[in-house]
Design a protein around this ligand. Structure first.
Ligand SMILES: *Cc1c(COP(=O)(O)O)cnc(C)c1O
Length: 232
């Protein structure tokens, strides 16, 4: 448990350092603690250490953890979302980071209407065009955002990407930079029902570079909780 606390303090300190160097306010950076495979005692300990934004990539894990985890948290759905599972999490998550099809956006809007909600979403962009990853091609992002912004019960609040893993995160800087440019372009366009507020990029390996390139949401798992054990 102590290591969780130390890890969080070290990450916060590093983010403060990056912000200081680049004239940003550390309070503008949201750390999302990625809790996949982490048990609820350890999650609650991280919440006590100040991690109030939690990220999961599976609907089932949010469902399982929703009750036992401290209620003062905001859940973020950061992984691929199937349309038939939207109904389970629509009233549980603060932000859906992984909108990658018109069909999914339409279903989120439908279920949001049913629950009397306006649901905030990010568009996932596959900047590096990796076959193994979900997301919209960067060339298609503007037309995609225009299309889904027409659905009344969602608000497009920004963009998200998962950079390819690279031992030297400096190598993925251009990926982050491209997404930042698209984000700025969209912000200037002022498309109705959109508000470019969140740029979700950077994970344990590359969050420092992502913040330098303009990320204001970083999704950090391993660097907080240690290596994941998937065979529990
Ligand atoms: C697992 C995951 C993360 C966190 O990865 P770490 O390398 O453990 O920090 C971030 N984003 C998404 C979408 C993930 O699935």
């Amino acid at each position: 448990m102590d290591s969780i606390k130390n890890n969080i303090e070290a990450i916060k300190k590093e983010i403060e350092g990056i912000c200081l160097k680049s004239g940003k306010n550390p309070d503008d950076i949201t750390i999302i603690a990625v809790t996949k495979t982490v048990d609820t005692d350890r999650i609650n300990y991280a919440v006590d250490c100040g991690m109030t934004n939690l990220g999961e990539n599976k609907v089932q894990e949010i469902m399982d953890k929703y009750e036992p985890v401290n209620k003062n948290v905001k859940w973020h759905l950061i992984g691929h979302l199937q349309t038939n599972k939207v109904k389970y999490i629509i009233d549980k998550v603060e932000l859906i980071h992984s909108v990658d099809s018109v069909k999914l956006a339409e279903e989120i809007s439908k279920k949001a209407l049913k629950n009397n909600l306006i649901k905030e979403v990010l568009v996932q962009v596959n900047v590096a065009k990796e076959e193994s990853k979900f997301g919209i091609d960067i060339e298609e992002v503007i037309s995609f955002v225009k299309t889904i912004a027409a659905f009344e019960n969602i608000r497009v609040k920004g963009l998200m990407t998962i950079a390819p893993y690279d031992e030297n995160p400096e190598n993925v800087r251009p990926i982050f930079r491209q997404l930042r440019q698209k984000f700025d372009e969209l912000a200037q366009m002022n498309i109705p029902n959109t508000d470019m507020k969140y740029l979700s990029m950077g994970m344990s390996n590359d969050y420092a570079i992502a913040i330098e390139e303009g990320a204001n949401m970083v999704r950090i798992g391993t660097a907080i909780f240690g290596k994941r054990n998937y065979n529990k």
